[in-house]
Design a protein around this ligand. Structure first.
Ligand code: PYC
Length: 307
């Protein structure tokens, strides 16, 4: 029987499962190298941790790894029901909160190695976490895609640690009661965007007017495996900041409050760097469980249920 120790948390409603013990040995390379080993040789471990029957399509996994960069307090590889993420904003806030819960991190600023670069996280005394993300940029603005039976949708393609297509052009209510329709529409938009020359885009971010006082916009984010982000999505908010900066619609250092579909929010801001921006995303996570996953090879679903 194999045992994997995990700590579950949620950030603004979106779950993160941090593997703190029992993960596979991935060598001594960078987080990007270790991700390649995990994907090539231990992909069933990913599925066992996040997929049913132990998890669900919504759970984002975070495996703690030894950082190659010795200035980093930790390394982390994020994954989901269908594969791997470059960075994960809500997940990083969950990781920092989990490490603090384990008393492995104190309040202050810490560097953390991810497969797409080093990010900096500041754990504040009140438990909120500010993540200074990897450099983010808008790759293409006002991209027009033809979505069958829907028409032309116009949006931006941007990198915020993952690849996004961002659009405010669907005029759909961004609310929980409309999640099935938002999911179906966003999936069709994704297929059209991929076919239009952006095969790397695997997150679709739809925008609508905010509900909460003080918020700037509300979003719905469809993740690669068809689950929607319950949080306002840290990498999606980073991509949004890159687009706002590219259009000159938000000044450096000015706050942008991004509301998600549950009404929870992340506060973001950016500073310019080269052709892009360095976003900072602030939010809070709460630990929900400390558990040991049991993997019994006699169990037909030992390695998770995969489509
Ligand atoms: O917060 O960056 C994020 C994220 C990506 C996918 C789910 N959450």
């Amino acid at each position: 029987m194999r045992r994997i120790k995990v700590i579950d948390s949620h950030t603004a409603g979106e779950p993160t499962r941090v593997v703190v013990e029992g993960g596979p040995t991935l060598g001594r390379g960078s987080a990007a190298d270790q991700l390649r080993v995990l994907r090539a040789h231990h992909d069933r471990f990913r599925s066992a941790v996040v997929n049913e029957p132990r998890g669900s399509d919504v759970v984002v996994g975070a495996s703690l790894v030894e950082p190659q960069d010795r200035s980093c307090a930790a390394g982390v590889i994020f994954f989901n029901n269908v594969g791997y993420l470059g960075m994960c904003g809500h997940g990083l806030i969950g990781v920092v909160t989990t490490l603090a819960h384990l008393r492995r991190l104190a309040a202050g600023t810490h560097r953390i190695e991810t497969p797409v670069g080093v990010v900096t996280a500041t754990l504040h005394p009140d438990g909120t976490v500010a993540v200074q993300n990897v450099r983010s940029h808008r790759l293409a603005g006002a991209v027009r895609v033809e979505v069958p039976d829907l028409g032309v949708v116009v949006g931006d393609v941007a990198w915020g640690g993952n690849w996004f297509f961002l659009t405010g052009g669907l005029a759909e209510p961004i609310e929980l009661g409309n999640v099935e329709r938002l999911t179906a529409l966003a999936w069709r938009v994704r297929q059209a965007v991929n076919a239009a020359g952006f095969p790397q885009v695997d997150h679709i971010e739809l925008f609508g007017p905010p509900r909460a006082a003080g918020a700037d916009a509300r979003n719905f984010v469809l993740c690669p495996g068809k689950a929607y982000d319950r949080s306002p999505c840290g990498t999606g908010t980073s991509a949004k900041l890159a687009c706002l900066a590219a259009e000159g619609r938000l000044a450096e250092g000015r706050p942008w409050v991004q509301e998600g579909i549950l009404g929870t929010s992340f506060s973001g801001s950016f500073r310019r760097e080269g052709e892009g921006v360095i976003p900072t995303i602030t939010g809070a996570a709460f630990v929900t469980a400390e558990s040991t996953l049991l993997l019994d090879e006699r169990d037909p679903f030992c390695w998770g249920i995969q489509a």
